[in-house]
Design a protein. Sequence first.
Length: 570
Amino acid sequence: MSEPSTSPVPSPAPVQSNFIRDIMIADRESNKYGGVVRTRFPPEPNGYLHLGHAKSICLNFGLAAEFGGTTNLRFDDTNPEKEEQEYVDSIIDNVRWLGFQWDKMLFASDYFEPIYQWAVQLIRAGQAYVCDLNAEEVRQYRGTLVDGGKHSPYRDRSVEENLDLLARMRAGEFPDGSRTVRAKIDMGSPNLNLRDPVMYRILHATHHRTGDDWCIYPMYDYAHGQSDSIEGITHSICTLEFEDHRPLYDWFVDQLGIHHPQQIEFDRLNLTYTLLSKRKLLQLVNDGHVRGWDDPRMPTLSGIRRRGYTPEAMRSFCGAIGVGKTNGTIELGLLEHHVREDLNKRVNRVMAVLRPLKVVIENYPDDLVEELPAVNNPEDESAGSRTVPFSKVLYIEQDDFREVPPKQFYRLSPGKEVRLRWGFFITCTGVVKNDAGEVVELRATYDPATRGGNSPDGRKVKATIHWVSAAHALEAEVRLYETLFSKENPNQVEEGGNFLDNINPNSLEVLSGCKLEPALATAKPGDRVQFERLGYFCCDLDSTEGALVFNRTVALKDSWAKIEKREKGK
Ligand code: ATP
Ligand code: MG
């Protein structure tokens, strides 16, 4: 078939020792945090969750559950310009879909007042100051990895002046960017994060929750640890890029003398042919490269869900990849492997013909319809069986016929006999061509003695193909997907280019006029099935009764595609 080939499937990763779990076990043994495990998942509501977030969710919720602890869902909403309620709603929906239940749902913006009061406390203690340098000057004064930084000329303001300026910043007296509040730490530190980091900036922006209550907003590094602390988080799990922010995380909670959660960093998930960055995914949506955040090609949880991935498959994938301390890239094939494994167990098989070729069974009675028994799922007896109607005119897949069969092509060709799944043996007796010389219809005969798929005389056929009775077929649109990017690493670009250059122009193929067996008449959006020999499919949100639409979730492993590829390569 001309379907996209599937990626090679690596064997599932062995269960790795999990260093975060080890830390939790040690902390329980030493009675740190009174033996309690409390984690949080802290998304910024500036986009939809992606597969990388699923790893973080599984880790945070999974570990807490394992130790009898709890997990909060906390929105890290300190950047009002980029955040929206739509994103909050989608995140809530996606975490639930993945199968996790939070203890409390909270917002960093709920803590704006205590976080502000802590800034007052730090100023009083001489550990923070209001700085009048602009962003560019702050950068210049900070210095580089080789040079130390310079003290801001405003560093030694009196406590009274700082308190007055802070109050006036909050009251809205100053324009955006004109002043900041900075922690007074160490301008000579080899860790740039400790060179008097900015705690507050002025931003006259309407926040999706606090409206216009605030015109100063705390920076991530200043808000995050204190939010964790307020919630009594014990283990604050984040990705590796925050490793050298940890000294700052620790500095704030130590200076404030409040509950001190332990920050632990793990490796980000990267996947081949995939980008996991909300900013870039937003660009794909805004520039119309995809149909939206939930486009089935998107690596968002909304996208893969619409495509037909299951939460069970996502969780088993996240378990298999484990966590570590070095960033790497996981094969997309491994994710697809987990999806197939799960769908194989749970979904019913049906027959669907995507690119139909009509076959007329010449020796079959004109008005006869036989209902042939078919097993729904050979992996699950409880799925039961159904019948499939058989009649004189059928559709088979165009690719299952070759007028001049190449070597190793065992399916239908003139004079050859094949088995129709759940049906009969048929032999191709002739072809009908159009003016252009293309085969548009086949003639065949069937052997009534082979009903159910076996020949009483022990005659063997080498291929079994799927089919649909023309008179009973449902029409459908089927959407086939390839990877959204054609490069294994979509960030790898020519000089002056960007990731958009690596978009795969063939990532979506829409087939109309596909023929489905009548069992699918009642299919509803979200229903998953296997189309025999073609892959796993999921009924799309666009589907309506009478105008069915299916997405291909993932192809089956296709041995013929491999042979064909090898032959072509010769
Ligand atoms: P992005 O760069 O896509 O915006 P982010 O890290 O800024 O990601 P947040 O909403 O701040 O996104 O992340 C919420 C949590 O998910 C954080 O703890 C973050 O470390 C984690 N996370 C984000 N991306 C990944 C990833 N690729 N792999 C594992 N965890 C991730
Ligand atoms: Mg972020």
